[in-house]
Design a protein around this ligand. Sequence first.
Ligand code: C2O
Ligand code: CU
Ligand code: CU
Length: 442
Amino acid sequence: MKPDRETDTDVWLTVHAQPGETQILPGAKTKTWGYNQSLLGQTIVFRSGKTYHVTLKNSLPELTTFHWHGLDVPGPFIDGGCHAPIYPGEEKEITFTVNQPAATTWLHAHPCPLTGWDVWHGLAAMVYVEDDHEDSLALPHDYGVDDLPIVLQDRRFHEDNQWDYDADYDPDGTAGPTALINGTVNPSFDVTTPKLRLRFLDGSNRREWRLHLSDDLIMTQIASDGGLLPEPVQMTKCMLTCAERAEFIIDFSDYKAGDQVTLYPDVDPNALVHQVVLAGTDEEITINGLKFGMMRIDDRQEIGKTEYWDITNTNDCCGGMIHPYHMHGGSFQIVSRNGESPYPNELGYKDTVAVNPGETVRIKMKFNFAGVFMYHCHIIEHEDGGMMAQMQVYTPEEPEKKYDLMAMDTLMNALAEERGCTVEDLQIKSLDSYKKMGMDMC
Ligand code: C2O
Ligand code: CU
Ligand code: CU
């Protein structure tokens, strides 16, 4: 994404959420949403140390928010979770300084309880952070030549090649049988350099991706969510859960011109998608026994102090589900999985971690900004269905600071107006999850 204007220290950018149409399959174009384009978004590149003035503009027919997933910025407004709606036709400028190591982060919509809907329609974009240290390393750096963003998603195409989120909605996460890479089906790429850097993002609503390359070609992971790993880790297979990122270097020096290497994400486009509904998961999903409350602070941590968090995935029945656990407000380190050491490619900074059924993952986290931050399962329908909570990061000077939090009612009323119906008639699938549990999301 090209900046609107820039000086040595400051950069001005406009991120424009807009509806559009995209040629994905032969035949009819698909109605999609995107940032500054019809689907997904142009890659945004931030330089650590610079100050950014970002105009958030919404031309969609309804409200949305702009969440900087993995950026270490103040909450709740700049962070862009559900308390920061931009209404249709509106624009707002936010200003923040990027101050963190080089990493692959991302931008996605985060309006409660419509995150699943928005992301499914295309509101997700890659966001790179660059710094001098990473520049100085001998890593591929030529965007689009030997350094590629790869957004992994899956969709079901209905009549006329359209998406139908409500028809495909599943409270345990919406999925489809067609794999999309950067919004395209079955793409190929001409490798022209011996080494290729692939920056993967699992941008799907629920699917975990199990990646490997043909010939069992070695993938050397150099970075995870929060940036470079302490050392590279070699593997032939890697699993990414929702919202996780992994950067790999693939060494093609044993191949000659014309050879082909295939990336196998684990979706067979012809396979039937079985919907497995697990008791105690589904619409009964909770976090600490509760559904998300937008006006409720569930936990607190002091700014600048490192504390542990134990994330447990109770094994409800039928094998349970993996919950990709995510925290806003920075990156954490994984201390252990069920008391054992984490996997070698989890030794860097992360902001999303797969928690397997029956497992407790211990992480340690330090916050650099005060504010209200969400934490949640990043299966997006679990998040929309209430498997989300929020904490207040406080300073010793202002331990009880009050933020102007947005009530869910405010958002529902705005949405009803945008969609021209009453709040009762709003068809938002994820709200059934609250209703079923007799819980109020306000
Ligand atoms: Cu990707 Cu609550 O965030
Ligand atoms: Cu986030
Ligand atoms: Cu979950």
